[in-house]
Structure formats: structure tokens, C-alpha cells
Design a binder for this molecule. Structure first.
Ligand code: PGA
Length: 251
């Protein structure tokens, strides 16, 4: 059966000291909570990874928010998948819309990043989603399908089975506007159908598909109640330990 997952994405927030403090607060809350089978992930900036990994217990996995599309060498400013792995991190967020929009993240680059992540034993949390114009012109299903196909359908069924998907409609990210529960379910069901066609029912049934975009304690329950919504990728609300816990316990 597929996993239920709540993953935080801190984005470019928190100094080292602030990040360590926040991770400690989240860890304390998680340690005393029955998570009801939910996997908890926190996605920190690179500089926090090693410290946060030392600090959190087994109930929390740590994610980077990106990795390089090359193995190693003369790529100033880049951080490789093997370097991320060496911090104790288990996950890497790839293809976030902010990276696609501001840093020229193309599907071709993502194919390389996914491959390197898997080779280094990291679990990719692969993000995709349409912008508002695409939804308004009813192209959202096509856009989502091609982002998934271009980034991931080169994988074998075995490797695809290691991927976590995150549907994040760009118009809902950081805007306070959440997709309605029905919009989320409609898209997630479409994604699962697309996976059935490519990899078969079993792989599709075992793939966790997270929703992201202005998810908060007040709307998480309604979103997570949908049969095809397997958790959330949380930006703003993951910067506050109590809000993040409120989302985790919404399952
Ligand atoms: P948000 O961000 O929860 O602040 O909308 C979600 C994300 O970008 O992953």
C-alpha cells in the first residue's frame, strides 16, 4: 500500500540557528505524537541538512530542495546527490515550480537529477503543476501529464516505484488560494489513471501523490480525505512547528 506523507518545504528561510531550533521543535512534537502511519519529511536548505539529520529521530526524514544535474567536479555553487546523501538525508525535492520558473529547470535537467538521486539512494519528491492561465484555458491535465511523462516516464517500473509525486498548482503556491478538495481529487485521480496506462495498476496504486499549495491545518483534513490524495507538500505552514503538526495530524 502507498504511504501517507507530509513533507515540509522550508524554501529559502531560516539561518542555521533558526533552522536547528525549528527542527528541534518539530522533532519534539513528532516524538510525542502517534503519527498514525504518516511519514514526516522536512525539506531544508542545504546548509541545514547535516545538523538537522543529527538532531531528528527516526520518525522524521530529511530532504534537500534540489540537487545538481552532474556527478561532481567544476560546477561552482552546485550540490550533488552524493553530497546530499552523505548528510544522512533520504529525500530530495525536484522540479519545484519555483526552480522551473526562476532557475531554468527543464525536463531534460530533471531527468538527470532524478537519475542521480536514485543512483545515490535518495527518494525524489517530484513536483509539477499548471499555472493559472493553463487551468483557465483547460490545459491543466495536458500540462501535468507532459511534465510527468517528460521527467519520469523514461524510468523502469521498478525505479518509478521509488518516486513520490507532488501535484502543486502554481496558482495555489504561497497565495493563500488552495485548490478545492474536488479539484485536488480530480487531478490526483487523473494522475493515477495516467500512471496505470504507463506502468500498470499495481505501480499506480503504490505511488504516493501529494498535494501542495496553501495547505494549512484548517484545510488539510478535507484535502487528505480524498482517496487519491496521499498527503501534502507544505511550504509556509511548515515554518511553524505547531501548524506543521496540525497538518500531520489531519490524517
Ligand atoms: P505553500 O507552498 O504551502 O506556501 O503554498 C507549497 C510549496 O511550494 O511546496
Amino acid at each position: 500500500m502507498r504511504k501517507k506523507i507530509v513533507a515540509g518545504n522550508w524554501k529559502m528561510n531560516n539561518t542555521l540557528e533558526e533552522g536547528v531550533k525549528l527542527a528541534g521543535q518539530i522533532n519534539d512534537l513528532v516524538e510525542k505524537t502517534d503519527l498514525n502511519g504518516v511519514d514526516v519529511v522536512i525539506g531544508t536548505p542545504f546548509i541545514h541538512l547535516a545538523e538537522v539529520n543529527k538532531l531528528v529521530g527516526d520518525k522524521i526524514g530529511v530532504a534537500a530542495q534540489n540537487c545538481a544535474d552532474e556527478v561532481s567536479g567544476a560546477y561552482t555553487g552546485e550540490v550533488s546527490a552524493s553530497m546530499i546523501k552523505s548528510t544522512g538525508s533520504k529525500y530530495v525535492i525536484l522540479g519545484h515550480s519555483e526552480r522551473r520558473e526562476y532557475y531554468g529547470e527543464t525536463s531534460a535537467k530533471l531527468v538527470k537529477k532524478v537519475k542521480l538521486s536514485l543512483e545515490n539512494g535518495l527518494t525524489p519528491i517530484f513536483c509539477f503543476g499548471e499555472v493559472l492561465e493553463e487551468r483557465q484555458s483547460e490545459k491543466h491535465f495536458d500540462v501535468v501529464k507532459s511534465q510527468i511523462a517528460e521527467g519520469l516516464f523514461n524510468l523502469s517500473a521498478e525505479d518509478f516505484g521509488k518516486i513520490i509525486l507532488a501535484y502543486e498548482p502554481v496558482w495555489a503556491i504561497g497565495t493563500g488560494v488552495t485548490a478545492s478538495s474536488a479539484q485536488a481529487q480530480e487531478m490526483h485521480a487523473f494522475i493515477r489513471k495516467t500512471l496505470v496506462a504507463q506502468y500498470g495498476q499495481e505501480v499506480a496504486d503504490n505511488t504516493s501523490i501529494l498535494y501542495g499549495g496553501s495547505c494549512k491545518p484548517s484545510n488539510a483534513k478535507e484535502l487528505f480525505e480524498n482517496p487519491d490524495v496521499d498527503g501534502g507538500l507544505i511550504g509556509g505552514a511548515s515554518l511553524n512547528a505547531e501548524d506543521f503538526m496540525g497538518i500531520i495530524t489531519a490524517f
